[in-house]
Design a protein around this ligand. Sequence first.
Ligand SMILES: NC(=O)C1=CN([C@@H]2O[C@H](COP(=O)(O)OP(=O)(O)OC[C@H]3O[C@@H](n4cnc5c(N)ncnc54)[C@H](OP(=O)(O)O)[C@@H]3O)[C@@H](O)[C@H]2O)C=CC1
Ligand SMILES: O=C(O)C1=N[C@H](C(=O)O)C[C@H](O)C1
Length: 252
Amino acid sequence: MIKVLINGCHGQMGKVVSEEIKKDSEMELKAGVDKNALDNNSNFKIYNNIHHCNENIDIIIDFSHPSSLLNLLEYGIEKNIPIVIGTTGLSPDDIEKIKEASKIIPIFYSANMSLGINVLISMVKSISPVLEDSFDIEIIEKHHNKKIDAPSGTAYMIANEINKELDNSKKYIYGRDTKTDKRKKDEIGIHAIRGGTIVGEHTVIFAGCDEVIEISHSASSKKIFAQGAIKAAKFLYNKESGLYNMEDLINS
Ligand SMILES: NC(=O)C1=CN([C@@H]2O[C@H](COP(=O)(O)OP(=O)(O)OC[C@H]3O[C@@H](n4cnc5c(N)ncnc54)[C@H](OP(=O)(O)O)[C@@H]3O)[C@@H](O)[C@H]2O)C=CC1
Ligand SMILES: O=C(O)C1=N[C@H](C(=O)O)C[C@H](O)C1
């Protein structure tokens, strides 16, 4: 049995991951960490500070908040525990810290744990260089009204992957409300919608002269992210230190 700690266990994703682990015959939920360690009659122990947890843990799955990253990495390094990180809204400095930590322990990071989004990314990566000269690229993401970061981590991930294919020649434009000039060629527009219970939708628009290609992904339940994170945890368990992502998992 792989013994799991969920960081952010009281959150929307934490609860779904916990339900999915309970159904999994290869995994055991040993502990949870959340800002408020409510006693909710769980059959696993909940802590409000990860450093207070002395359980025997094989892997950590994190869907929480950027403010917990430092503690999380410190704990993983101190106890030599691999970490699957799904939290978004991380700063470039946070990403650097993840890269540094991954020299010591195995870390899996993806802003989107669904298979579908990662297939979408390989599609847009392959067509962007072909369309770049004559098509404008825009990304629209839609999420529920409880989401705190914008644009989504996935929208950034899609934009970054496209940009890498285009020699990082594009800059990102977020909305256009204060703009007074025409769209420039070197832009990728990124736009965020928030409302209701939308789980997560991402559309990449390639707009050319008299023709438009739209590639979309729509998540209809958080289960796909939880199941993806569990697959990532099984993949990461017993791996060498290093930084892994969905591409590594898909190609494994
Ligand atoms: N990679 C992926 O596939 C996916 C990523 N996500 C990302 O996962 C993260 C969590 O999403 P979601 O579950 O919807 O968000 P929630 O706000 O519902 O859950 C986050 C939980 O973490 C808690 N928390 C906040 N700060 C800390 C801390 N310092 N230490 C421990 N726990 C803390 C929150 O407590 P409190 O509410 O009291 O602040 C809350 O219970 C977000 O960044 C989201 O974008 C979401 C879905 C898929
Ligand atoms: O907060 C969410 O819910 C989600 N966040 C991730 C993101 O920011 O990309 C992934 C998913 O779309 C759901």
